[in-house]
Design a protein around this ligand. Sequence first.
Ligand SMILES: [Zn+2]
Length: 217
Amino acid sequence: MTLVQSLPPNLDGPLDTVVVLPEGFSGAEVARVCRETAVQFMNESARWGKPELAMWLAGPYAIATRHVKKEEGPNLLGGTPLIKEIDIRVVDRVIRAARTEVHQALAQVCADQSSAFVLRALIAGTVTRCEDGLREPAWAPVRGASMRLADRVLSLFAVDYLVRPGDYETDLSICASCSSITFDAYARRRDYCSLHAPQPARKGLTVPYPGLPQLEA
Ligand SMILES: [Zn+2]
């Protein structure tokens, strides 16, 4: 009798379920929506208060994260408070702290190509592998009621990074003047967005960045 046998697959065990995006949704489309939603938070939330954050969470963020919801057990402390129950000053602090944290993560990518925030999102389970409508591998952000605001924004950037890492290596730019986030190779090289790029001394330049081929006046 053979003592060592190859074990048959455990068909009774839990199956590794993979989320499948609805038909017509590609991984690229999910990434595009994630980037747009995350950049909107980064570039506009300095002017936001509680109503604007609530609208972003219930609108663009809810749409970007509608595919996967995190399974969460009962919270013995009574659950996560709704945004309308939170003091306005606390909301302001949370928005500011989230923006600072995400800026730091993205600045690290610009400085040394470090994608540590993506790895953290994968480990924390705030992004997940899935399949798109054509059964091709894709990524999606995971929405959980108890997630920190910074983690929500970072999960969107992480999904985008996993689909388009090259854009983060060469195009991601944080303006040294206004801190706005853009995906623009010229802005990346200059460290400024198109609004704050140093103006050339020469008159008649018709392009927003110095160093580009100049049109003859
Ligand atoms: Zn700027």
